[in-house]
Design a protein. Structure first.
Length: 409
């Protein structure tokens, strides 16, 4: 099975069966697509009664086939199953079905040695039947380590009753399923990642800051968790939608605002971390004085703002490191003349900061900050370029973790 950490993309088949929870699967597919994966949706005929074919095609960006008799020359249902790194079936089929009728979904997923797990939906007074059904499913798949049952959730059900039987939320399925297709080379490591941009208050209304959205740092945290790490994400002024990409059972989020708060949080977290990644864009300066009230023209305004330099957090983390096995990664956003100038700036900064790795990228009005894609060079201790990666920020994140794994080995 391919290591998607290195490839940057997983081929995923999402099977959809007939059930009201199919509407949740639309969001699951969206999450997988936003993470940069190749997704093909395989619905049953009943599933299309709940969510139509145009929706699946538009959200997955791939054609949807519902019959084994389509594209017969290429035997697409066989090719699709053979090419899949991961098969997710959500919602699952009915509990009492011994086997599905031979349709597009079953013939495709069978190529990944899959047999459907039992369905979770049971009335509350039959919760023991649910447990027994799940136990039977686990036993049936015990000899098939590539098959995993995720869930069920407990809560309000479609019929108005409540109990075990709900399909997990899309974010939870996304977080739980992807590790089965990717590497677990960060398992057992404690990782701290900073992300976003600090803001230095001028008065209660205004601040000095930067345009960092936090997307790259959040992608680093999500990729580390998917590869098995326990992650602490120190988030500086990151929007709710961006931060939602870091929803994972292994990620703990700590929100901060200023450079001083970031320095305090990172020092505390680094003391218990195997890997520290400083991806946040830190304001180099802050106002020397912060006004208690809003500065107004009527009151005379402010002709100039006196600034004072903020602490160099990355250099401080390197200087205070007590564990020689700890890996510290820095980031540098530059506006270079060309690629050679970018690399020289990165080498000088890595030397000055003392980081084990320095990830450098060019930024501008339309690149780097707030953009969905990135292009980085990862510079090692001797100034060599260990990795050059261009693509989605999740793909770049996995390339950075590949470099971390490489130097730790």
């Amino acid at each position: 099975m391919p290591r998607y950490g290195r490839i940057g993309r997983v081929n995923i088949v999402v099977g959809v069966t007939g059930g009201i929870a199919a509407y949740k699967t639309v969001h699951l597919v969206r999450l997988l697509i936003k993470a940069g994966h190749e997704v093909t949706v395989v619905p049953t005929a009943d599933a299309l009664q709940f969510v139509g074919l145009p929706t699946w095609e538009s959200i997955s960006r791939n054609p949807v086939t519902v019959s084994v008799h389509d594209d017969v020359a290429r035997v697409r249902h066989v090719a699709l199953g053979q090419a899949a790194d991961l098969v997710i079936i959500a919602p699952p089929p009915p509990t009492r079905s011994r086997r599905w009728p031979p349709d597009w979904l079953t013939t495709s997923s069978a190529r990944r040695c899959w047999r459907p797990p039992p369905r979770r939906h049971r009335p509350r007074d039959a919760h023991r039947d649910v447990a027994a059904s799940l136990d039977a499913g686990e036993r049936r798949h015990a000899a098939r380590p590539r098959v995993h049952i995720i869930g069920p959730d407990d809560g309000e059900l479609t019929g108005g009753d409540s109990g075990p039987g709900r399909m997990l939320e899309p974010e939870d399925i996304f977080a739980a399923a992807l590790p089965f297709a990717g590497p677990r080379d960060l398992a057992g490591l404690r990782v701290t990642v900073s992300a976003g941009g600090t803001r230095e208050p001028i008065d209660p209304v205004r601040f000095l800051g930067n345009r960092s959205s936090g997307k790259q740092g959040v992608a680093l945290a999500a990729a580390a968790a998917a590869r098995g790490a326990e992650v602490r994400l120190v988030a500086a002024n990151i929007g709710t939608e961006v931060l939602a990409e870091a929803r994972h059972p292994s990620i703990r989020i700590e929100r901060i605002g200023t450079a001083a708060e970031l320095a305090e949080a990172m020092k505390a977290a680094a003391a218990a971390s195997d890997v520290v990644v400083m991806a946040a864009a830190v304001a180099d300066y802050r106002p020397a004085a912060v006004e208690d009230g809003k500065i107004t023209k009527e009151a005379g305004g402010m002709a100039a703002i006196e600034l004072t330099e903020n602490e160099d957090i990355l250099a401080g983390l390197v200087a205070s490191r007590t564990d020689a096995s700890q890996t510290i990664v820095g980031f540098a956003a530059e506006t270079p003349r060309d690629e050679e100038d970018l690399l020289e700036r990165g080498r000088r900064k890595r030397e000055r900061k003392g980081a084990d790795l320095l990830v450098v990228n060019a930024v501008g009005w339309k690149q780097g900050f707030e953009a969905p894609d990135n292009c980085v060079h990862v510079i090692g201790r001797t100034g060599e370029v260990l990795v050059r990666s261009e693509g989605s920020k999740r793909e770049v994140a996995d390339a950075v973790w590949d470099a971390v794994v490489g130097i730790r080995a």
